[in-house]
Write a protein that binds this ligand. Structure first.
Ligand code: PSU
Ligand code: MN
Length: 307
């Protein structure tokens, strides 16, 4: 039995896919584990509005009571944003939630799996998971990286979250054959900041160039995903020097409290929110909206190239 998971799609998602119109997948872990209520709900609804304004259709992915959804209505998004008992699903436990009738939010890894099953090839998020600082001892490397290597979905992000070890994350992506493309600049962005101090492996300046690269990868065959690293808009960024102090403090607190595993990323994001007096959340929302806009444009270019 393969490929027989039923996907509950909203009518707009089903119609857009049937007519080869642009669709952008969105994850739900960012709603349940990445931001506090009610900013998380506002972000989830705004990001959908941005995608619609670009002429594409948003498909927020989640598992609700064991059913896989592509496209959620406002009531479901609101419920998810307020819930506190939602699983954080990656490749390892995605099927578990489906089999056990559970409710789970999809991370980048599980959202890529769902998007690919649904026939959606572009996905917008904030930042991917990656190699954590201290991974040489903790072995904490996000399953997002493995998923990027195997599943052919374009992930539009603001880079890897700056709480991670960005040089090691780039090395791990290169090993796995994942193209990392900075959008419109040479530098690899660092989530809340535009410049990580590292050069990105590749650079493209237009959505159409990204679509052409993707189609070429498909033609070459055997490709997985690619990571687009889209810098946060200048007016919304927090300088890397400022963020690095907060990140160091948050990492020290996580260590002293023995935070481990799936709890690490949500804990650090929460600490940083407090340390920046909420500024990190504003920047996080701004960068997600910016990524959604670019993702919609890439999806539109891909749709017009194959029509
Ligand atoms: N981007 C954000 N906020 C988040 C995440 C990404 O702006 O909360 C989530 C994504 O779902 C990503 C996950 O896949 O964090 C990574 O978690 P981990 O490091 O435990 O693999
Ligand atoms: Mn982890």
């Amino acid at each position: 039995m393969t490929g027989s998971i039923k996907i509950e799609m909203t009518a707009e998602v089903a119609e857009a896919l049937a007519q080869n119109r642009p669709v952008v997948a969105l994850e739900s872990t960012i709603i349940t584990h990445g931001m506090p209520w009610p900013g998380n709900r506002d972000m989830a609804l705004e990001v959908e509005a941005v995608i619609r304004a670009e002429g594409a259709v948003p498909a927020t992915i989640a598992v609700i009571d064991g059913h896989l959804h592509a496209g959620l209505d406002e009531a479901t998004i609101t419920k998810l944003a307020q819930a506190t008992d939602v699983m954080k699903l990656s490749r390892a436990d995605f099927a578990f939630a489906l089999a056990e009738g559970r409710t789970g939010a999809t991370t980048v890894a599980a959202t890529m799996m769902a998007a690919h099953l649904a026939g959606i090839s572009v996905f917008a998020t904030g930042g991917i998971g990656g190699v954590h600082q201290g991974a040489e001892l903790s072995f904490d490397i996000s399953a997002d990286l493995e998923e990027l290597s195997r599943t052919p979905v374009i992930v539009v992000s603001a880079g890897a979250k700056a709480i991670l070890d960005i040089p090691k994350t780039l090395e791990a992506l290169e090993t796995r054959g994942v193209p990392v493309v900075a959008f419109g600049q040479d530098a690899m962005p660092a989530f809340w900041s535009r410049d990580s101090g590292l050069k990105a492996p590749l650079r493209l300046d237009e959505a159409a160039d990204i679509a052409r690269f993707e189609l070429t990868r498909r033609a070459l065959g055997g490709h997985g995903g690619m990571l687009i690293a889209n810098p946060v808009p200048v007016e919304d960024e927090i300088a890397a020097a400022v963020m690095n102090r907060h990140i160091a403090a948050a990492l020290a607190t996580a260590k002293s409290r023995g935070i481990e595993g799936k709890a690490v990323t949500p804990f650090l994001l929460g600490e940083i929110l407090t340390l920046t007096n909420g500024e990190s959340l504003k920047t996080n929302i701004a960068l997600v909206l910016n990524n959604a806009r670019l993702a919609a444009r890439i999806a539109a270019e891909l749709a017009s190239a194959s029509n």
